[in-house]
Design a protein around this ligand. Structure first.
Ligand code: ZN
Length: 602
């Protein structure tokens, strides 16, 4: 019986056709070869285990193979069976020198190499130098290499491989043809698994292979090593459960449940799940990594819902992720990510890793419950938090109070008693669709009325219709303006805000002074008709020369200035900044708008 060969070696790609997931590299190389533009130096860049050395050997074989047809030569297709191919595959070819730059960093090693490069190849066409982890070379070693790279002997080819391309000097990089090796996708790894399982006559559950592929993180070598382990565990059938156990992985659904509990502030529930996971042998570090992964997935789905399809998630995971993305705030997600990322090193360094995980979970659960800075400011403004109350505990409990925004009464204008006695206010007034429908009906009436009625439109009485949805009588000019905006007459509303001074305002009667170049006859005529239509009561508007109050615009500006100075003097702002380290007050427009709305100014 022959010695067992590990899968990673047995299935090591021997030709470019076997190499999976590196289509761009293969195409570029073949094109270069076809047009006789093959460089004398290649730089292969990619993460660990992605296939750099394998690729280097395939290139070496393609260059030195003596069993190729002309066509194969152009396609860089080694025959695999000639003595050169076999020797290179086994790493014992006399003209192909593999060197680990990590252990040969000095200038002397390079000097020796350069010296050797002067002699012609013995068995192959080229002398090929494969330098792995080339970024580890010393500065002097790089300088020594540079001269040869600038004017290389015709029979010499260099193949460099590195995991850290930025550490390679630009002088070297600029003299190489660079190839970026990509992480192999999960789907391609699964296909590789299926091929290997078929060849090895092994049955495997698809979900088990998917899990192995995910853990391999884009490395074919790691993927095949994992498959080896899974086969060793159970040679007949690779199941999802066995694979999970083998990897020390925890039930993903439990992780999602824990995540939901944390984000809902249900600390006890979260800790209970954690302790069960720990009892079942879950690694504390992996728990944190899994929570990070969930955070990442949910964040991606929140930004782009199609991420749910692209991710290699199980059906249950996908559903849970989408549900979480719907309810979670982006700020909570990013904060959770930061805390987990920071926490992972705490867990690794801790002598009580599981206790460290518990503390991280508690921290995140509390922060998820904290209001956002803007909400906090609103609450403070609303005097829901008094200066002395700004402590961690208070803030937490305060979050359960109704928010500032929802506490603003929908109707800020009180209906005068005489109006309420004879105007029936339909209960369906808040129904958005009805309101819009009625508004458009009303607008049509007014427009057709005004086009027909020419001289005294205000004397034309609009019949009171008890079925029509009516607004309460505004008691001040702000109420009149608000009504115009609510009814969708924004141009009229804006004109009233910027160009009209209220002199006298009573329900049913307005004395106004127009300002600037507006057609005030037309504006006031329209306003009269609209008010009658909206309130069901007769309105009289009088044009006045008296000074009256400032325009709404002027009033708003004054209020804004007052709020801004009030805000700047707020001692609590400093406390907010203290509570959220690194936070800055960027903009308070929304806040001011809300205050103005609340005060009836808008
Ligand atoms: Zn060959």
């Amino acid at each position: 019986m022959s010695e067992y060969l590990v899968l990673a070696r047995k299935y090591r790609p021997q030709t470019f056709d076997d190499l999976i997931g590196q289509d761009v590299l293969v195409r570029t190389l073949r094109n270069a070869c076809k047009h006789d533009r093959l460089h004398h130096a290649f730089m292969l860049f990619g993460v660990r285990g992605v296939g750099k050395t394998t690729t280097a050997r395939i290139i070496a074989k393609s260059l030195n193979c003596v069993g190729q047809s002309v066509d194969d030569r152009i396609r860089m297709q080694p025959c695999v069976v000639c003595h050169n191919c076999r020797a290179i595959a086994e790493g014992r070819h006399i003209d192909v020198l593999e060197m680990d730059a990590a252990s040969h960093t000095g200038v002397d090693d390079i000097r020796q190499l350069i010296e050797n490069a002067r002699y012609r190849p013995v068995a192959g066409r080229y002398k090929i130098y494969i330098l792995d982890e080339v970024h580890m070379l010393s500065k002097n070693a790089f300088n020594g290499l540079l001269k040869t790279l600038e004017e290389p002997p015709e029979h010499v080819k260099f193949i460099f491989a590195t995991t850290e391309i930025r550490k390679v000097p630009t002088t070297i990089l600029s003299r190489c043809q660079r190839f970026d090796l990509r992480r192999i996708s999960i789907n391609l790894l699964i296909k590789l698994f299926e091929k290997v399982c078929h060849n090895e006559k092994i049955e495997a559950e698809f979900d088990a292979l998917k899990l192995l592929a995910r853990v391999a993180d884009g490395s074919a070598r790691d993927a095949l090593s994992l498959l080896d382990q899974a086969i060793a565990l159970n040679a007949n059938l690779i199941t999802l459960d066995d694979t999970r156990q083998m990897l020390g992985l925890i039930d993903r659904i439990r992780i999602y449940e824990m995540y939901q509990a944390i984000m809902a502030g249900k600390i006890l529930d979260a800790l209970n799940i954690l302790s069960k996971l720990y009892e079942n042998g879950a690694d504390p570090v992996i728990i944190i990594q899994d929570l990070m992964e969930v955070t990442h997935i949910v964040t991606c789905i929140k930004i782009a819902p199609e991420a749910a399809v692209n991710n290699n998630l199980s059906e249950a995971e996908r559903e849970q992720s989408i549900a979480l993305a719907k309810v979670m705030r982006m700020s909570s997600l990013t904060m959770a990510w930061q805390m987990l990322a920071k926490g992972i090193s705490e867990v690794q360094a801790s002598s009580l890793p599981i206790a460290a995980v518990e503390m991280i979970i508690i921290r995140i659960a509390y922060s998820a419950e904290l209001p956002e800075p803007l909400d906090l400011m609103r609450m403070m403004h609303d005097k829901k938090i008094l200066p002395t109350d700004v402590t961690y505990e208070t803030t937490k409990t305060q979050t359960h109070l109704p928010t500032y925004a929802s506490s603003i009464p929908i109707e800020t204008i009180d209906m005068p008693s005489n109006a309420s006695s004879n105007i029936a206010v339909d209960d369906s007034r808040n129904d958005f669709d009805n309101l819009n429908y009625e508004t458009s009906q009303c607008s049509k009436n007014v427009i057709s009325d005004s086009s027909v009625a020419d001289v005294h439109p205000d004397k034309k009485s609009l019949a009171y219709n008890p079925n029509k949805i009516l607004d309460p009588m505004p008691v001040d000019f702000a109420g009149v303006v608000k009504l115009a905006f609510q009814r969708g007459e924004t141009i009229l509303g804006t004109t009233l805000v910027t160009n009209v001074h209220p002199v006298l305002v009573k329900p049913g009667r307005l004395k106004l002074r127009p300002q600037g170049s507006i057609d005030h006859h037309h504006v006031f005529k329209l306003l009269t008709q609209y008010l009658q239509c909206w309130t069901g009561k007769k309105w009289v508007i009088e044009i006045s020369n008296e000074k009256g109050s400032p325009t709404m615009m002027e009033q708003n500006e004054a209020q804004l200035a007052a709020i801004q100075s009030e805000f700047a003097a707020y001692p609590l702002i400093a406390k907010v900044l203290k509570l959220f380290p690194g936070a800055e007050i960027d903009n308070m427009t929304d806040f001011i708008t809300e205050i103005l709305v609340e005060r009836g100014a808008l």
